[in-house]
Design a protein around this ligand. Structure first.
Ligand code: FPP
Length: 236
């Protein structure tokens, strides 16, 4: 598709849903769905960054996902570690700086270490940013931000009158621009606690495709839809 006449979102969010159902419908274990999702993600990100999107945020694992079967959780954690090691070179080639959003608690040490390493090794990349949400919940992000700001006030580093949106944004997990467009695959029409502060004026798109099948053509369709939306930001 010709992207010349099309506007791209500056910050794109993807809720990668439907891996489990993709696998179940094929008589495969859920883990095969996550593997297929990860394979798709690599191709898709390559395409998205090549088109020139500056910021991508991914919902990889929510705080609530820890409630899943222990075997599925550990499969996903191992998959993250493998991908973070394997994809470093491609990310560097693409000029992608990787940052993470979420809580440290409950994450296995090897996962946290792989996250730190990937963030450190890509920290000087300056073409685009990839924000990966792991052990993430939007309400927790707001709670954690509130605690950080309260500490600043109590230690007299900040006065209450000086708390504004800029201070809030500086104390979220990452200080990223607002989300413009959020794609949630698999037909579920919920935000599920995904970057609720940053999503205030985002356009949502809910294709019925499961994430492993959300390919380049599906992304093209999403961008056409984004271009058909009238963004009013509360004005008229
Ligand atoms: C949701 O589908 C998907 C996940 C909880 C995992 C997403 C992870 C990947 C695609 C792996 C690669 C990711 C990164 C960022 C390295 P689901 O299991 O809820 O599907 P269902 O709703 O059909 O059960």
């Amino acid at each position: 598709m010709d992207y010349d006449q099309l506007q791209l979102p500056n910050h794109l969010g993807i809720i990668m849903d439907g891996n489990g159902r993709w696998a179940t419908e094929r008589g495969l274990p859920r883990s095969a769905g996550h593997k297929a999702g990860a394979d798709n993600l690599k191709k898709l990100l390559f395409y998205i960054y090549e088109k020139g999107v500056s910021y991508v945020s991914l919902y990889a694992f929510s705080t609530e996902n820890f409630k899943r079967d222990a075997k599925e959780v550990s499969f996903l954690m191992d998959l993250f570690v493998k991908l973070f090691h394997k994809e470093l070179d491609v990310l560097l080639e693409l000029g992608v700086k990787v940052v993470f959003s979420g809580r440290r608690e409950n994450l296995p040490d090897n996962v946290f270490k792989a996250m730190q390493e990937l963030a450190l090794k890509t920290k000087d990349a300056n073409k685009s940013t990839l924000n990966i949400c792991i052990n993430y919940g939007g309400q927790y992000e707001i709670l954690d931000m509130t605690k950080k700001i309260t500490e600043l006030v109590l230690s007299k580093k900040l006065s209450v009158e000086d708390i504004d949106k800029k201070v809030i944004e500086e104390n979220l997990y990452q200080n990223l621009p607002p989300l413009d467009f959020i794609i949630r695959t698999s037909g579920e029409m919920r935000s599920s606690n995904f970057m609720i502060y940053q999503a205030s004026y985002a356009e949502y798109y809910f294709p019925s495709t499961y994430f492993p099948d959300f390919n380049e053509q599906e992304f093209d369709k999403a961008i056409v839809e984004f271009n058909n939306r009238k963004r009013r930001f509360g004005g008229n």
